[in-house]
Design a protein around this ligand. Structure first.
Ligand code: ZN
Length: 211
């Protein structure tokens, strides 16, 4: 399983392309905002002969969805996310004005992802964990085989997601991390929505919000 990270848009969000030797790929949290970022994405996909088959959001904050429309239209994909985060899609135009980052409206969520659902592409599999607290419908994606976690804005290297936005709740977030993420193997590599990779073990030992 290969993971390509792009850090895009004025909020410096990490979007991920995940693929394997079968060359199907999934696109998670397309933060591609500027023209040159979208060109970089298209170039990467064509240079690697990838076939995008899924468009998925960990959650629907502005910086994670601003490329949804572009990706959906370019590759003919339906948006997959938790319907519990739809309120963020609805407020994203307003949020874009607030952050001085006007965006194109995202297509609606057509596939409602839930705890335990499987994301299949190529010869690979990710399992969905329902991980609310940063937003009401935040999801994380886990590969047991490869010990990889796509965590969105739930858990960061030495930090956690903010909980002051609508649908955020501090106690829920802490409980999510302790009961859903800190039960994973310590060597699991965590790919977050912002910043560098980390591991579950390092965060259990050193994350100041959780020790
Ligand atoms: Zn967020």
């Amino acid at each position: 399983m290969q993971i390509k990270k792009f850090t895009f848009n004025p909020i410096q969000e990490n979007m991920y392309i995940i693929y394997d030797e079968a060359k199907e790929c999934i696109i998670i949290d397309p933060g591609c905002y500027f023209h040159h970022e979208r060109e970089e994405l298209v170039d990467f996909i064509s240079e690697n002969n990838l076939k995008p088959i899924k468009l998925i959001n960990t959650h629907c904050h502005l910086d994670h969805i601003c490329g949804n429309k572009y990706v959906a239209e370019t590759w003919g994909l339906k948006l997959e996310a938790s319907i519990l985060d739809e309120y963020n899609l609805e407020r994203s135009i307003q949020a874009g004005k607030l952050y001085n980052m006007p965006i194109e409206p995202s297509p609606p969520i057509e596939v409602d992802l839930k705890e335990g659902d499987e994301i299949r592409f190529g010869n690979s599999l990710l399992t969905i964990l329902f991980t609310p607290g940063h937003s009401a419908g935040s999801l994380s994606f886990y590969s047991e085989e490869h010990k990889i976690l796509i965590a969105g804005d739930v858990l960061f290297k030495m930090s956690i997601g903010r909980t002051d936005l609508p649908g955020g709740d501090f106690d829920t977030l802490i409980s999510t991390i302790k009961t859903k993420l800190f039960i994973l193997p310590e060597e699991t590599i965590v790919y977050s929505g912002h910043g560098d990779e980390t591991t579950i073990g390092d965060e259990m030992k050193y994350n100041p919000f959780l020790v």
